[in-house]
Structures are given as structure tokens and as C-alpha cells.
Ligand binder design. Structure first.
Ligand code: F0G
Length: 353
């Protein structure tokens, strides 16, 4: 039998990290690529979901964090810091716990989902709530890492991208080649940049015959990449991508241009509707931000774009359990059904009788 060893051991030869770095792993990567019958039917294409919510802490951030924490520990770090809209901090806290070092997280006060906050706290994170947004938190984190003995593990740390690019490797390994298109949400812009690295590397190595067109979607109220300038006060219900000045702006533009792709925006309504539809139609429950790629596909279909006959991967980045409050606020307007502990009452309420 084969136990997945975590992505550093599975892909070490392809990662630009010191060869002797011991892996600090929670078994991340190796996530399911699930065919969407719903979206394949709608498009006449072959649409797959890369379900990153199946990672150990429930988001793709674990790919970057196993790499960043492994290298930081190898270099002697005793503490790590990040700014986060919630998933990076949850992941960092878990990997720091595994490594027995101190995690310090800076988050925008009142703007991170409850599940993510619980993760950071449970894993022993020193959680600092900042009166400001993600962009403020990132500025502070950079400053702390510059002036104090603490390693920065945001995706401005290039080791993060080395871990995250393995998502592209897994997709090619599963499909036998790169897809025609990849759609995904974008916030701080590290992930799209990392996927582009991975797809390019596999093409150069001859493990793929091509690279996909990359299309990345922002929330309309937090769409600096679409607008072409920073947004001072980003707003969206999809708090994971509530970012006004992405750190990997230039890298993501290079990924867009190099792949022949584009950035576009979708409204919160579109995002939350796509989240609900994906849960109902395909059995895949993702957090709001993670539905931006699905919302983007639906928007493009409505605008007359065609994916007929094409192989499409949508990266769904985080687990729906991260933010049940937003899900139920938007979709839970159904009256509770409460019955006595009686089979006839249950059958009646279920519509069976
Ligand atoms: N989806 C989810 C669920 C995220 O948490 C993030 C980013 C993104 C998409 C966007 O990825 O930033 O690489 O473009 N979350 C970061 C965090 C900002 O702090 O957890 P990106």
C-alpha cells in the first residue's frame, strides 16, 4: 500500500529548496481532482475541480506552508509571522505547532471567518487583531520580520510558491497533460503565480506538452488587478480575497500575459450563488472566495464564451466549513423542521408520506 508522503517528499526533485531540508509535513497535497458533471454538462467541456479544501487545514495554503516552515526551521527560525485573511494563519499555526516553533499572526479585526480564527487559536497562534485591512497587516508583518527575530512566511517569501506550484504538478499527473484552461480565485496573487511556475516547469521538463490559459477572478469590491490600481478600502463577503494591493501583482500579470489569460471580477451575489450551486449540484462545499472561479465560468458562459470540447480545471481553494456563518446567512433562509421523535412525523416532514 502507498501512503502519500506529503508534497515535499513526493516532489522534492522539482522544488527549489535546499536538498537537505527536513520536511515538516501534515500530509498535505494529493488532493482530489473531481469531475464536475454539472459544469461539464453546462459547457459541453470536461470540467474538473481541484479540491484544495481537502488539505490538512482545509485550504491550499498548506502547500506553501510545508515548504516555508520546513525551510525556516532548517535555517534556525524559532518564530514565524504572517499577515492573513484567515487561511494562511490557520495553516501557519498548524505547521508551526508541528515544528514546535511560535506562530504570530496578524489579521484584520472582525474580518476573518470564525473557523479560521479557531484554527489559529487552537494551534497556539499569538493572534493579533489589527485595526486595518489585510494590506495593513502585511506591511506590519514585513516590518516585524525586518526588525525582530521572526521569519516571514507570507507568499512574498519565494519558498511558499515552491510548495504551491505542486498543485499544477498534481493536475498534470492526474490528467496526463495540462488542461486547456485553469480558472481560480485571486487575492494576494501568490497562488496564480505559483501555478504558472509549476505548469511552465512541467512543460520544460516534457512532462506536459503545453501550458494552460490562466483566468483569475476577484471580487468586484476588491478588484485591484482588474482595475489596474490598488483599492484603498476593499470590501467583499468573500473575506479570504478582501485585498486591495496584492503583493505578487507583477508575477500574476506575468502569469496572465504568459498564459494568454485574463483577470475579471464577479459580484458577491455571483460568488455566493456559485458556492450554493456547487454544493448542491456537485457535492463540493467550498468557502465563498473559493467559488470565484466557478462564478467566473458561469459569467463567461452567460457572456457567450465557449469551453465546448475543452479540458478545464477550476481550483477550489478552501473548505466550506471554514465559514459556515456566511453560507447560512445567504442560504439558510429555510425554516427549521422540528418534529417529535415519531416515524410518521419524520416521514411527513421529509415529504415521504
Ligand atoms: N482562496 C482562498 C480560500 C484564500 O484563502 C486565498 C488567499 C485565495 C483564494 C487567494 O489566493 O492570495 O494566492 O491570490 N488567502 C490569503 C490568506 C490572503 O491570508 O489566507 P492568493
Amino acid at each position: 500500500s502507498h501512503q502519500w508522503r506529503g508534497l515535499i517528499e513526493e516532489y522534492r526533485e522539482f522544488l527549489d529548496i535546499p536538498a537537505d531540508t527536513p520536511a515538516i509535513s501534515l500530509g498535505e497535497g494529493g488532493t482530489p481532482l473531481v469531475r464536475s458533471e454539472w459544469l461539464s454538462g453546462l459547457t459541453g467541456g470536461d470540467v474538473w475541480l481541484k479540491v484544495e479544501g481537502a488539505n490538512p487545514t482545509g485550504s491550499f495554503k498548506d502547500r506553501g506552508m510545508t515548504a516555508a516552515i520546513s525551510v525556516a526551521v532548517h535555517e534556525g527560525a524559532k518564530a514565524v509571522v504572517c499577515a492573513s485573511t484567515g487561511n494562511t494563519s490557520a495553516s501557519m499555526a498548524a505547521y508551526a505547532a508541528k515544528a514546535r516553533i511560535t506562530p504570530i499572526v496578524l489579521v484584520p479585526d472582525g474580518k476573518i471567518a470564525a473557523g479560521k480564527m479557531a484554527q489559529a487559536i487552537m494551534h497556539g497562534g499569538k493572534v493579533i487583531k489589527v485595526r486595518g485591512n489585510f494590506d495593513d497587516c502585511l506591511r506590519l508583518s514585513r516590518g516585524l520580520a525586518e526588525h525582530y527575530p521572526v521569519a516571514l512566511v507570507n507568499s512574498v517569501n519565494p519558498v511558499r510558491l515552491q510548495g504551491q506550484k505542486t498543485g499544477a504538478f498534481e493536475i498534470v499527473d492526474a490528467l496526463g497533460d495540462a488542461p486547456d484552461y485553469q480558472l481560480m480565485p485571486i487575492g494576494n496573487a501568490g497562488n496564480m503565480s505559483a501555478y504558472w511556475l509549476g505548469y511552465q516547469q512541467y512543460a520544460e521538463l516534457g512532462r506536459a506538452t503545453r501550458t494552460p490559459v490562466l483566468r483569475a477572478f476577484q471580487a468586484a469590491g476588491a478588484a485591484p488587478l482588474v482595475l489596474g490600481h490598488p483599492v484603498a478600502n476593499p470590501e467583499t463577503r468573500a473575506t479570504a480575497i478582501r485585498i486591495g494591493n496584492p503583493a505578487s501583482w507583477k508575477l500574476a500579470e506575468a502569469a496572465r500575459d504568459g498564459s494568454g489569460g485574463r483577470f475579471a471580477s464577479v459580484t458577491d451575489e455571483q460568488i455566493l450563488d456559485a458556492q450554493a450551486a456547487l454544493a448542491r449540484e456537485d457535492g463540493v462545499f467550498v468557502e465563498p472566495a473559493s467559488a470565484a472561479g466557478v462564478a467566473g465560468l458561469l459569467q463567461e458562459l452567460a457572456a457567450g464564451d465557449s469551453y465546448a470540447g475543452k479540458k478545464v480545471v477550476i481550483v477550489v481553494t478552501g473548505n466550506g466549513l471554514k465559514d459556515t456563518v456566511t453560507a447560512l446567512e445567504h442560504h439558510g433562509d429555510i425554516d427549521d423542521v422540528v418534529v417529535d421523535a415519531d416515524i410518521d412525523a419524520a416521514a411527513g416532514a421529509a415529504g415521504l408520506a
